[in-house]
Design a protein around this ligand. Structure first.
Ligand SMILES: [Zn+2]
Length: 149
C-alpha cells in the first residue's frame, strides 16, 4: 500500500471518528482489503440505545462499543473477510480490541495516536504478529509517511 493511500485511509478514519457522539474520545476505524474499504466504524453505544457514551461522572459507559469492534461487527454482516485486511484506527487499540483484531486475522494495524499510558493493546499486537505496525499522528500531519511502517 502506498504512503498516500495509507494517509487517505487514516484521514478517513479520522473523519469516521467525528461521527461519534462520545465526548471523552472520538475514535474512528477503517478496514481495508485489496484496495477496498470493507468496513468502518466509530465508538458509540449499541444501535437502538441512546447516544450518550458517558455517565453522569463523565466516565465511559460499559456498553460503549469501540470503533474497531464496531467495524468488525459491521463486517460480519457482509460477505467480506477480515483475514489479511489492514486496519486504520485513530487511537491505538485497547487490549480487548487488540485481541479481537488478532482473532480476526487482520494483517496490519495502523494507529494515529497513543492513549497516554495505554500501550497494552499495542504490545499484544506486536507480541503476536510482527506484521503489525504503527504510525504516529504527527507523521500524518507533516505528510511524511514514508519509512514509518
Ligand atoms: Zn477498544
Amino acid at each position: 500500500m502506498k504512503p498516500r493511500e495509507k494517509k487517505l485511509y487514516m484521514d478517513l478514519a479520522q473523519r469516521m471518528g467525528q461521527m461519534s457522539y462520545c465526548h471523552r474520545a472520538q475514535v474512528g476505524c477503517v478496514v481495508v482489503k485489496e484496495d477496498n474499504i470493507i468496513s468502518y466504524g466509530w465508538n458509540g453505544t449499541p444501535a437502538g440505545e441512546d447516544n450518550c457514551c458517558e455517565d453522569e461522572h463523565g466516565i465511559s459507559k460499559p456498553n460503549v462499543i469501540h470503533a474497531e469492534d464496531n467495524a468488525l461487527r459491521k463486517l460480519t454482516r457482509t460477505d467480506s473477510s477480515s483475514k489479511g485486511a489492514e486496519v486504520f484506527v485513530t487511537i491505538a487499540p485497547c487490549i480487548r480490541c487488540a485481541e479481537k483484531l488478532s482473532d480476526a486475522r487482520v494483517s496490519k494495524v495502523y494507529y494515529a495516536a497513543l492513549r497516554k499510558g495505554r500501550t497494552v493493546g499495542i504490545e499484544h499486537l506486536q507480541r503476536h504478529d510482527k506484521l503489525f505496525s504503527h504510525a504516529h499522528q504527527t507523521a500524518f500531519q507533516h505528510n511524511e509517511c514514508m519509512g514509518l511502517w
